[in-house]
Design a protein around this ligand. Structure first.
Ligand code: ARG
Length: 467
């Protein structure tokens, strides 16, 4: 055998693969990212093989030392990846074996099928941790922006039509709640990622007495009580990619939330709204129109949600027709998974940075919220307090709105007499309904945008997020 011949290409094969086939089938161009996990997995496997007597202590030591050297070279960027060796698993093992003869024993009772499942799970564990941290930073940016503008009111919108006044912070906290659900979903999925498939072999485990618990423990596949968590069916273990689908699903929903936030920012930054001013660093100019300042970070956050959704659909489609168990198709999971993780992390990070450098135009916001029409529902509630059924009150206030429109004046400029002409229950105090400050003080049930409640919610989040 030539030195660089693929380790898995046995003497059964007469020649090497066609160059175009190598290009078509290789995964080293993207799965090199799993090198750390691959080396850690191999060290745990070698340690277990020593324990059951397959490797001598000297052989195990030589393997660990060899892997350690390779790891340093990869980290330093001096390691030569070879596409002809297909993937990260064979590249590392072949080079180890070239340097350390005992390396040829490392693949005992192991297949790339359980190896790749292991590496991907270990990689995803770290990603989940990093992404939940990124979500926390974004929540922090939202809460801080709310705290800095805690007196600012805006119209709340339904159907993109002005509905009722809310604190700007209340609107921001809506996203904090969404992001918290995203974070919880990711955290919950961790326990399904954190299960060790090593020992499943290619499909049917091994005839050798492997100590699967030892490997799981060494690699941190343990529950809260420190008990090893092992896959319980070798066929499921090598063909299961549910954990990747789950991550991509949670990431897709997170991306949709970020996209909606981005859309709000795009609207708010427009000349029509003028609610916020984005820092120059998060916008670009137009190559043609000198006056333009475009909210590109927000737009691309919205745009990139598309590929994150696409990645989820790709993964599901990839899996739907696969017979048991491992099929090479599964190699296609990695680029979708990597791209999803990279993209959502960047989206969250940049949205946090952009919001941290956004100035709220308080005067414009407050002016937009100070439209008495937004308190028409409060006027209906006024009649409800006097015993009028809400449906009737709704109609009566509708008549008041028409009256104001005909008279060409805002609702709060109607006279007590005009109001009384619609319903006798409108007494002199009815116009007090339009005092915005008092109107906000009245909205104080849990979850409402009232003055006290929003302060309470900001305080609650500040506690959760820390100073
Ligand atoms: N590169 C492969 C993947 O990502 C590793 C497993 C290959 N297994 C095999 N039997 N060819 O799925």
């Amino acid at each position: 055998m030539k030195k660089s011949a693929p380790v898995s290409r046995s003497r059964r094969f007469a020649g090497g693969p066609d160059a175009d086939v190598v290009r078509f089938t290789e995964s080293i161009s993207f799965d090199w990212r799993l090198w750390r996990q691959d080396i850690l997995g191999s060290i745990a496997h070698a340690t277990m093989l020593k324990k059951i007597g397959i490797l001598s202590p000297e052989e195990q030591r030589a393997i660990v030392k060899g892997l350690d050297h390779i790891g340093r070279e990869i980290a330093a960027g001096t390691f030569q990846w070879q596409p002809v060796l297909e993937d990260v698993h064979m590249n590392i093992e072949a080079e180890l074996t070239r340097r350390v003869p005992a390396g040829a024993k490392l693949h005992t009772a192991r297949s790339r099928n359980d190896q790749v499942a292991l590496d991907t799970r270990m990689w995803l564990r770290d990603e989940i941790f990093e992404l939940t941290r990124e979500i926390r930073s974004l929540q922090n940016a939202l809460v801080r922006l709310g705290e800095q503008n805690s007196d600012v009111l805006i119209p709340g919108y339904t159907h993109l039509q002005r509905a009722q006044p809310v604190y700007f912070a209340h609107h921001l906290l809506a996203y904090v709640e969404m992001l918290e659900r995203d974070r919880e979903r990711l955290k919950d999925s961790f326990k399904r990622v954190n299960v060790c498939p090593l020992g499943s072999g290619a499909i049917a485990g091994s005839t050798l007495p492997l100590d699967r618990e030892l490997m799981a423990r060494l690699l941190g596949f343990v529950d809260a009580k420190g008990r090893a968590r092992l896959t319980q069916n070798s066929m499921d273990a090598v063909s299961d990619r549910d954990f990747a689908v789950e991550f991509c699903g949670h990431a897709a929903l997170l991306a949709v939330h970020l996209s909606r936030l981005a859309e709000d920012v795009v609207l708010w930054a427009s000349s029509e709204f003028k609610f916020v001013k984005l820092a120059d660093a998060y916008t670009t100019g137009s190559s043609l129109m000198p006056q333009k300042k475009n909210p590109d970070v927000a737009e691309l956050t919205r745009g990139k949600s598309g590929r994150v959704i696409g990645n989820l659909v790709s993964l599901l489609t990839l899996l739907k027709g696969l017979p048991m168990t491992y099929n090479r198709d599964l190699q296609e999971d990695k680029e979708r998974l990597f791209d999803t993780a990279d993209t959502v992390r960047a989206m969250a990070r940049l949205m946090a940075a952009m919001l941290g450098n956004t100035i709220v135009n308080a005067a414009v916001c407050n002016a937009a919220a100070d439209d008495p029409a937004l308190l028409a529902t409060d006027l209906a509630d006024y009649l409800v307090r006097k015993g009028t059924p809400f449906r009737a009150a709704h109609q009566l206030v509708g008549a008041v709105v028409s009256l104001a429109e005909e008279a060409g004046k805002p609702l709060n400029r109607l006279t007590p007499e005009e109001l009384r002409s619609v319903d006798k229950n409108f007494t002199a105090d009815a116009l007090k309904v339009f005092n915005l400050k008092q109107a906000m003080a009245r909205r104080n049930i849990t979850g409402a945008p009232g003055t006290k409640e929003v302060r309470k919610q900001l305080g609650r989040w500040r506690k959760i997020l820390g100073a």
